[in-house]
Design a protein around this ligand. Structure first.
Ligand code: PGA
Length: 237
């Protein structure tokens, strides 16, 4: 089973999200794919109620619970509405909302009391990549994000190099394989019910076939290409 997460970011308005989800809901996809749609927060609850045969993910949630926290979204908004996945630590949230590894660590813990599978985004910047320090960088991210004495349930890790997001640049298959192996190896001392590794960053219709050859991967986290019907059709029966 390959998991394909459609991260619609803030690309689509409410009507466009509804239109595209309707298209997904009516399309028959190959059994080997599990497509998961991550629309904007406003659209999410509405779409979840309307399209029962589509899987959804939150793009984010906040670590405060219900209460006097203006503009925050508690995790219960997702769990009480049977949303089964949530992105945590996406690089855009890290960049624009200053989310750091310790916040990601806290949010990851909150998912333990829910049925939400967290999709934890990790990845290095261009400078780190150029200096060949990617694994050191990921090591630090992992150590600050995961606790050795916590029994995690199902967790997805999305390896998303910052320099590949929205840029059209993609690491080679060999580089991605090595990173997936490294993450699995480094996390062997941690406890997961299931651990799946995804790749994200400029995945599109042109490179999907090539990237799909990477046997270490369980799927992809896709941004801008995922709002195009031509890309979604790649998974059609
Ligand atoms: P992209 O975004 O596919 O547009 O590069 C991926 C992501 O940010 O998750």
């Amino acid at each position: 089973m390959k998991f394909i997460i459609f991260n619609w970011k803030s690309y689509l308005n409410f009507d466009e999200s509804n239109f595209l989800t309707k298209f997904i809901s009516k399309t028959k996809f190959k059994n080997k794919y599990n497509l998961i749609v991550a629309p904007s927060s406003l659209a999410l609850g509405f779409l979840k109620n309307k399209y029962k045969n589509v899987n959804f993910s939150g793009q984010n949630f906040d670590f405060y619970g219900k209460g006097g926290f203006t503009s925050f979204m508690p995790i219960s908004d997702l769990s009480e509405n049977n949303i089964n996945y949530a992105l945590i630590g996406h690089s855009e949230v890290r960049q624009y909302r200053k989310e750091n590894n310790s916040i990601v660590n806290l949010k990851l813990k909150l998912t333990l009391d829910t049925k939400i599978t967290p999709i934890v985004c990790l990845g290095e910047d261009l400078n780190t990549y150029k200096k060949k320090l990617t694994t050191d960088y990921l090591k630090k991210q992992i150590i600050e994000t995961f606790d050795k004495n916590t029994q995690y349930k199902e967790v997805f890790i999305a390896y998303e190099p910052l320099w590949a997001i929205g840029s059209g640049l993609v690491p080679t298959n060999d580089e991605i394989s090595k990173i997936a192996d490294f993450i699995n190896f480094f996390l062997k001392d941690y406890s997961f019910k299931k651990l799946k590794i995804l790749y994200g960053g400029s995945v599109n219709s042109e490179n999907l076939e090539q990237l799909s050859k990477i046997k270490e991967l369980d799927g992809f986290l896709v941004g801008s290409a995922s709002i195009k019907k031509s890309f979604i059709n790649k998974f059609k029966l």
